[in-house]
Design a protein around this ligand. Structure first.
Ligand code: GLN
Length: 273
């Protein structure tokens, strides 16, 4: 008996995945936009592509993040290549980009620490090509991904391999931004969602999740120009600790900002003139 070829709709249904995830995976296999899946729902998919789609569905059912399977994630309206060497960009991090854009003057010298896929640095450049952007990461593999994303988007960014400020010159920088690791060791969230597949080095920051925030905030004072701005993303329950830390370290105009979900997400401060 000849088995009828699968249609687009048939494949989406048999995936047993949430609709949007199945669509993203099938879009990746067919290299098409979502509208194509809808407009051609009842059309057959050739067998080699149907096999490829089923393989990706199965990887997803085993817990692998959609972004790693298809190798792409959208952030700030731009497509970024992602691999398991980098954190998957999160939409809440767009707040950090917005705040940085609002605080960076013309031709400001900007440093982004722990760039991962390069999403923040490239998003900044996409809106403000006047900025002089340096972006660092401790991971060579991550920097390869970031460089590739910068090339794809034509972004002129200076990449440096560095453990926070270790290989960064004195600057000074007018703005330093980071979405550092901020999850506490043993946090139950590490077992949820995409986190189990993501690099530990991009997530974990000591017993209280604040080790990297502390190190960056302390050292940034020696790399910021007078009046320079520091912007740090943090966990939903770390807003008060971060503002207290920046106050203690002598930053002024210390404020915490909520993300689109209403959660405390980014702490900002200014180095005294
Ligand atoms: N926002 C990530 C989370 O979901 C953590 C990323 C980070 O540590 N910077 O938990």
């Amino acid at each position: 008996m000849v088995r009828a070829g699968a249609t687009i709709e048939g494949l989406l249904r048999e995936s047993r995945l949430p609709r949007r995830e199945a669509e993203l995976l099938l879009q990746g296999v067919l290299r098409c936009e979502r509208v194509h899946l809808i407009a051609h729902a009842e059309e057959p998919v050739d067998s080699s592509r149907a096999i490829a789609a089923r393989a990706w569905f199965s990887r997803r059912r085993s817990g692998e993040p959609v972004a790693y399977i298809i190798g792409v994630r959208e952030f700030y309206g731009l497509a970024f290549r992602v691999t398991s060497a980098v954190l998957i960009p999160r939409s809440e991090t767009e707040l950090l980009v917005e705040l940085a854009l609002g605080r960076a003057g013309p031709s400001a010298r900007v440093l982004e620490l722990g760039t991962g896929s390069g999403a923040i640095a490239v998003a900044l450049w996409s809106k403000r090509p006047d900025l002089k952007i340096t972006a660092s990461d401790i991971s060579h593999a991550a920097l390869e991904v970031a460089r590739r994303n910068a090339d794809t988007h034509g972004a002129d960014i200076d990449f440096v391999q560095s453990d926070w400020f270790e290989a960064i010159g004195p600057g000074p920088f007018d703005l330093i931004a980071s979405n550092p690791p901020y999850v506490a060791e043993g946090d139950p969230h590490l077992k949820q969602g995409d986190l189990p597949s993501e690099p530990r080095v991009a997530l974990l920051a000591g017993d209280d999740g604040l080790a990297c925030v502390r190190a960056i905030a302390a050292q940034a004072r020696y790399h910021l120009s007078p009046g320079g701005r520091l912007l740090l993303e943090h966990g939903y329950n770390q807003g008060e600790s971060c503002t207290a830390l920046l106050d203690e370290l002598g930053y002024t105009q210390v404020e915490d900002h909520r993300d689109f979900a209403g959660l405390p997400r980014v702490c900002t401060g200014t180095l005294r003139d």
